[in-house]
Design a protein around this ligand. Sequence first.
Ligand SMILES: Cc1ncc(COP(=O)(O)O)c(C=O)c1O
Length: 443
Amino acid sequence: MALEKLRKEETFAMRKRLIGQSCRLFYSDDPVKIMKARGQYLFDENGKRYLDCISNVHHVGHCHPSITKAAAEQMDLLNTNARFLHDNIVMYADRLAATLPEKLCVFYFVNSGSEANDLALRLAQQYTQHQDVIVLDHAYHGHLMSLIDISPYKFRKLAGQKEWVHVAPIPDTYRGIYREDHPNPGQAYADTVKDLIEEVHRKGRKISAFFAESLPSVGGQIILPEGYSSKVAEYVRSAGGVFVADEVQTGFGRVGSHFWAFQLQGEDFCPDIVTMGKPMGNGHPLACVATTVEIAGAFTANGVEYFNTFGGNPVSCAIGLAVLDVIEKEDLRGNATRVGAHLKDLLTKLQTQHQIIGDVRGVGLFVGLELVSDRDQKTPATETAARVVKRLKEEDQICVSTDGPWENVVKFKPPMCFSMEDAELAVQCIDRILTDEKEASDI
Ligand SMILES: Cc1ncc(COP(=O)(O)O)c(C=O)c1O
């Protein structure tokens, strides 16, 4: 059966004409037209296979048959909104609760990471009766107006910073204000939040929430230093605020050793609100907010119903349950641990051969390769990073992309079925391209 309904050039031309140009394409000069996918592989209109190193949404693998089956069976039986009593929503909430610390036991189901973060903001503001929010520099939390306001990555290019939003330095121990050589970067970065809270109080304002990704992604695949989150939570709570962990990119076992990336900060750390999305439905729009009885109680107390037409419907929850089953049955957390460690190891070896690799960091299948043209100055090698992305696609059919304020961090966030061989292939190709790039610059 021919999957292509239009020739690629026609699709491209129609896309340009009909779809808002701010909705950008990957490889915008020569986009890839993907017609089907399986596992960690994408196939274009000619059947050419691409290795997907970045789709963290297709968490258990593209078009996983168990997910498709669960969706089709439930779709065939019933799909209603969550105002009717149904088993799936409660069974799913119960399974999610089992992955989280005990106090995070109330759930709201929504359709996207943005909806989850917008609701988290409402919950925090309603509970604390305060307005102000502290976020990390370069953060992205979603596309709604409320979230553009708390996303420096976006608002710096738009209307600017609102008076109720305060930006803390990103705890990046590679190029941030406190680095690996600092005796306690976790404490030092947490103290920047403490200082910010004091400044907010001096202005007569009050903190409702500290909002951060458990591993800042757009910020450049950053691993938070030890002790940071507990200290920040202590400062924020003593100011009457709550700690919101955005797990939209990092949840569901991506880090391997733990189900949630915030758990990397230790047993004693527990956020007050956790938001989740992308990997949750393996491509189906499914997202969620988990919080405490107290915060949910304050939200209920305003007397206004929270109704979300699609959130928590029986099909979405059947898919969510199937995703959890596959993560367990296929030991995808174990795979993320093993393959992620191998990938990091290979990239670290590559660093000894290529001066341009300034840093290799990551945990599980959340890995970043930071390219710099000068190791001492840490000058971002943005153009080389862009060429690596382009050449990997054109020469090797490998899809990667970049992150970080200077777009010089090549990121890996592949489906969790990514294999040892996939990791080896990607690193071999990067090695060849960096060797070429060096030779070209030496000429
Ligand atoms: C960390 C983080 N939070 C929230 C969002 C928003 O999620 P969505 O695009 O599903 O609305 C994103 C999307 O990229 C994200 O990366």
